[in-house]
Design a protein around this ligand. Sequence first.
Ligand code: 6PG
Length: 245
Amino acid sequence: MSDNIKRIIVPDSNRLAEKGAEMFCEIAKESISDRGRFVVAVSGGSTPRAMHGRLSQNPYLSDFFWQNTHIFWVDERMVDFDHPDSNFGAARKDLLEKIPIPFDQIYPMPVMTHPEDGAGLYQMTLKTFFQGIGSDDPVFDLILLGIGTDGHTASLFPEQAFSYPAQSWVISVKGGNPNVFRLTFTHLVLNNARHILFLVSGKDKAPIVQALLEDNTADLPAKNIRPLKGTLTWLLDQEAASLLF
Ligand code: 6PG
């Protein structure tokens, strides 16, 4: 395993949420100390929700880093924010409504528009933000990812994960569960991050974790997460890691 890829295995999903919150806070403080801000992008799905819940409680709730945090989304389903499938809606309920983050530092993906237009709008949002902090590249301090049992990550699904213009930062796709239109970061953005953290829990993910971490022939979207300069950490509970050597 290359020296910028780490595995951390914890006993269960509760400890996964706690460890994820600890790492989120550590990277936030390191980023703010080094650059005066913490720029993070979160994924959807069910796994991160317990971590979001943990971050909404003390000691994290009352910590200073929220004032300097900018939060973006890795992907989003093109549904209303009040829809149960909305990634932003879930994060708003679990975390955003409870923490003292300035409203203008929360950047939800535009879902009430045509998918192609939404992708272009969010790509513009990213470019404007990063150029505003003096970066031509989308270098997030932390990107949180999950994986599907088919090896997808973000909303980059096996059947279409590589069929997009190479320089795109955000694309629209249709697929996944739920099978809806989505906006998603591309590998270009994901691999520019300073820290990528996969959160993976449960026995149903054990086969895909084994394929991604131990089968070099596997050509899957999550396999192509290789940070250019940053670190990659697989934070797994014991069930998800149960097929690893
Ligand atoms: C999405 C997510 C997706 C998720 C995985 C794992 O919007 O669907 O970003 O990539 O991370 O599907 O989902 P679970 O955590 O629910 O297993």
